[in-house]
Design a protein around this ligand. Sequence first.
Ligand SMILES: Cc1cc2nc3c(=O)[nH]c(=O)nc-3n(C[C@H](O)[C@H](O)[C@H](O)COP(=O)(O)O)c2cc1C
Length: 175
Amino acid sequence: MSDIVLIQGSLNPESKTSLLINEASRELTRRNITHEIIDLRDLDNQFCDGRALSEYNDDMQQAFAKMDKAQGYIWGMPVYCFSVSGPLKNFIDITAGAMENKSSATICNAGGNRSYMALGDLSRILAFEARVVTVQPAVYTSYEDFTDGKLTNPAIGERLAIMIDALLKQLNLTS
Ligand SMILES: Cc1cc2nc3c(=O)[nH]c(=O)nc-3n(C[C@H](O)[C@H](O)[C@H](O)COP(=O)(O)O)c2cc1C
């Protein structure tokens, strides 16, 4: 069982969100926090159509079980059309029942530097649907934080560490 589940929400094979989620995972390892990554690229992310959980495929049921056992979450959210990407929203539609009253932190990755209000959409969805608390600060990145497919802005790593400390404090998990 993992204390924290990180959800990598991009389906792009060259995803920058995945680089950030991997960096967050390294920060958790440094703090000896048990965690695992659900990468939506590795999941048969079935469309939500309102059926019972038991009628979804094994991947979705296993993802739900992991979300259910975790104490908190770190979201890796690519920005699509100034909001939460479709695949990630679909994942939340199916797994929201596992998150009731838990806590999360958000990493938002966009192309430009003006789509940061998309973070509010994710926080609102989680709060309204499952009373999930989202800690601050969040991490927001855009293309200018990456060079040749690597995260090159050191300020992002610092902010990520502060965000993770805020989440661990919220969860009463000390490193
Ligand atoms: C369909 C689509 C919509 C997008 N909409 C926005 C947007 O509204 N604002 C923005 O800054 N970037 C937007 N982008 C750029 C992505 O946020 C950017 O490519 C980001 O790196 C995606 O994350 P990923 O690399 O993990 O897939 C969009 C990209 C796609 C494919």
